[in-house]
Write a protein that binds this ligand. Structure first.
Ligand code: FAD
Ligand code: MLT
Ligand code: ZN
Length: 535
């Protein structure tokens, strides 16, 4: 029996077989985003240093003796050779490319600390890498930085079923953690389209937001503790020093701990520029017993907003996601991924998820909200899914927009926080500004969090199109007191625009923290913070 019901304004409600819903996400039936390493076809990527005319900083150059040292330290876990290293040099979007000659795959914190200590002594730059799904060019080198991959740091250390606290190594893949927890009646507090590839360490390093933030909040709240390997620095002597190097052990598993400054916050969202996160302690919620997803069509963005206000008021504590996308997104998902939407013909779509503990109660609430939304003309078309398979199908329409866009050619991605009422104005203004010079200008995102994903596509990269977009997009955002990065970070592509969202004093203080923890600046250089002279 079908469990997703398509309905239209004025049409009678159809009842469906409401199966148990366990989870959503990539699955054999609903292929998730392809594993990292090559989504956007096989075209050759222009080296970052050429496209953006970057100057290499005076770091040491890799010598045979360095490779020999790492081979002794990590036997069988050192990757060399142009072809073997290539996938680690190019980002998921295929938009930036470094020329590293070496990938290191440590398994333990002690090994990471030894690598950092050696690189510090030799003045060798290092680029930490998790699943390489980052979208701002932060996860790959710009020049020949050594790539430190957490791929083999994939052990779950402990899970406490009473407290719901998970402790694991940084290289655990998010989807693998979700599967492990679901077997025990829990879920991860975050979920994102890249779940099949991204690592929890990368999620923390970028302070990833994703599809569950509306319900469970940011990683700044759910991450309880971190273990971080640091470069040998002026701070090292006072840190807990491991046998082989220096690591900051803040891997506490406590809900409450008010003893001094909360140092782990410095590393959440630091994008590999302050230290290498080696282990994470995270608070995981109980798996909801009842999940419903509604996919609805709205005739205007004003109606998308009003639907949000109404559903917040009527669904209350069971509302767990409110996502939106414009019709162009749906068109691209259909054209490039052959995913057809059960709801068509509207300029905007919203995906509403409820999660609760009582299916009858949740369905009653959802139904009365939907009846009201239909009767008042807020939504004109829609479908509701209650079983796992149909829920995944609806979620993939939203989650796979990122992937569909890469089939268009080059994607200029912007991830903006704005007052929710102004969210779509930026898309409209950008469309008018760019006219025919862009292939598509689309908007989607986490509307419930005030987070717009503005994406502009073109056949290929061009400086002139970039100049038409930037700094216009950042000036527009700053005028509304928004943030130029809601969840993806600054990485390589946005670091020079930080001043649109942070005062000069804050940037200088950040640079001072960086200098204290990484005095030679070897950790993920050219990322996140502007060069000191520029501010
Ligand atoms: P990487 O891409 O490997 O690295 C990202 C940054 O973190 C780099 O600067 C790197 O140096 C640093 N880093 C990685 N591991 C460590 C470590 N152990 N210690 C220190 N630094 C480290 N983001 C969202 O916020 N919300 C979304 O909904 C979302 N959806 C996405 C959907 C798709 C299809 C894709 C491709 C990406 C999406 N992202 C989203 C981007 C997001 O930032 C990443 O997917 C994820 O958080 C990065 O994890 P990763 O392991 O791939 O890190
Ligand atoms: C999303 O919400 O889909 C992600 O942040 C990725 C993107 O912006 O495309
Ligand atoms: Zn997002």
């Amino acid at each position: 029996m079908a469990a997703a019901v398509v309905w239209r304004r004025g049409a009678a409600w159809l009842r469906s077989c409401r199966g148990k819903v366990l989870r959503r996400g990539g699955s054999p039936e609903t292929p998730g985003v392809p594993r990292a390493r090559g989504c956007a076809g096989s075209r050759e990527v222009v080296p970052t240093c050429e496209r953006y005319a970057v100057r290499r900083l005076p770091f040491g150059r890799l010598a045979d003796g360095d490779v020999a040292f790492f081979e002794r330290l990590l036997p069988g876990r050192v990757v060399t050779g142009e072809e073997e290293v290539k996938p680690f040099n190019v980002d998921w979007l295929k938009s930036v490319r470094g020329c590293s000659q070496l990938v290191l795959k440590p398994q333990t914190t002690a090994e990471v600390s030894q690598i950092l200590r050696y690189c510090h002594e030799r003045n060798l730059a290092v680029s930490p890498q998790g699943g390489n799904t980052g979208l701002v060019g932060g996860s790959v080198p710009v020049f020949d930085e050594i790539i430190l991959s957490t791929a083999l740091m994939n052990q779950i250390i402990s899970f406490d079923k009473v407290s719901g606290i998970l402790v694991c190594q940084a290289g655990c893949v998010l989807e693998r953690l979700s599967e492990y927890l679901e077997e025990q009646g829990f879920i991860m507090p975050l979920d994102l389209g890249a779940k099949g590839s991204c690592h929890i360490g990368g999620n923390v390093a970028t302070n990833a937001g994703g599809l569950r933030l509306l319900r469970y909040g940011s990683l700044r709240g759910t991450v309880l503790g971190l273990e971080v390997s640091l470069c040998c620095s002026s701070a090292a002597p006072v840190l807990q020093v491991l046998a082989d190097g220096s690591a900051l052990d803040c891997l506490t598993s406590l809900r409450k701990d008010n003893t001094g400054y909360d140092l782990k916050q410095l590393f959440i969202g630091s994008e590999g520029t302050l230290g290498v996160i080696t282990a994470v302690s995270i608070l995981c919620p109980q798996k909801p017993k009842a999940v419903n997803v509604a996919f609805l069509g709205c005739q205007s963005f004003a109606k998308v907003l009003e639907t949000f206000t109404t559903c917040r008021a009527m669904l209350g504590e069971i509302l767990s996601a409110y996502e939106f996308m414009d019709e162009k997104c749906m068109e691209l998902v259909e054209t490039h991924l052959k995913l057809s939407s059960p709801v068509a013909g509207s300029p905007f779509y919203v995906l509403i998820e409820t999660s609760g503990s009582n299916s009858t109660h949740d369905e009653e609430k959802l139904n009365s909200f939907l009846e009201q939304a239909m009767a008042s003309g807020l939504v004109t078309d829609g479908t509701v899914a209650t079983d796992d398979k149909k829920i995944k199908v609806l979620w993939s329409l939203r989650e796979r927009i990122t992937e569909a866009l890469t089939h268009e050619g080059y994607v200029y991605k912007y991830d903006i926080s704005l007052p929710v009422g102004k969210l779509y104005d930026l898309v409209t203004d950008m469309r008018a500004r760019l006219g025919q010079s862009a292939k598509n200008v689309v908007g989607y995102g986490h509307l419930g969090d005030g987070n717009l994903h503005l994406n502009i596509t073109a056949e290929s990269y061009s400086h002139s199109l970039l100049d038409a977009i930037e700094p216009f997009v950042y000036e527009w955002t700053a005028r509304c007191s928004g943030s130029i990065s809601a969840e993806h970070g600054l990485g390589f592509k946005k670091r020079q625009f930080i001043q649109y969202s942070k005062p000069r004093e804050a940037v200088v203080l950040m640079q001072q923290f960086k200098a204290m923890l990484d005095p030679k600046g070897i950790l993920n250089p050219y990322k996140t913070l502007p060069e000191r002279s520029t501010c």
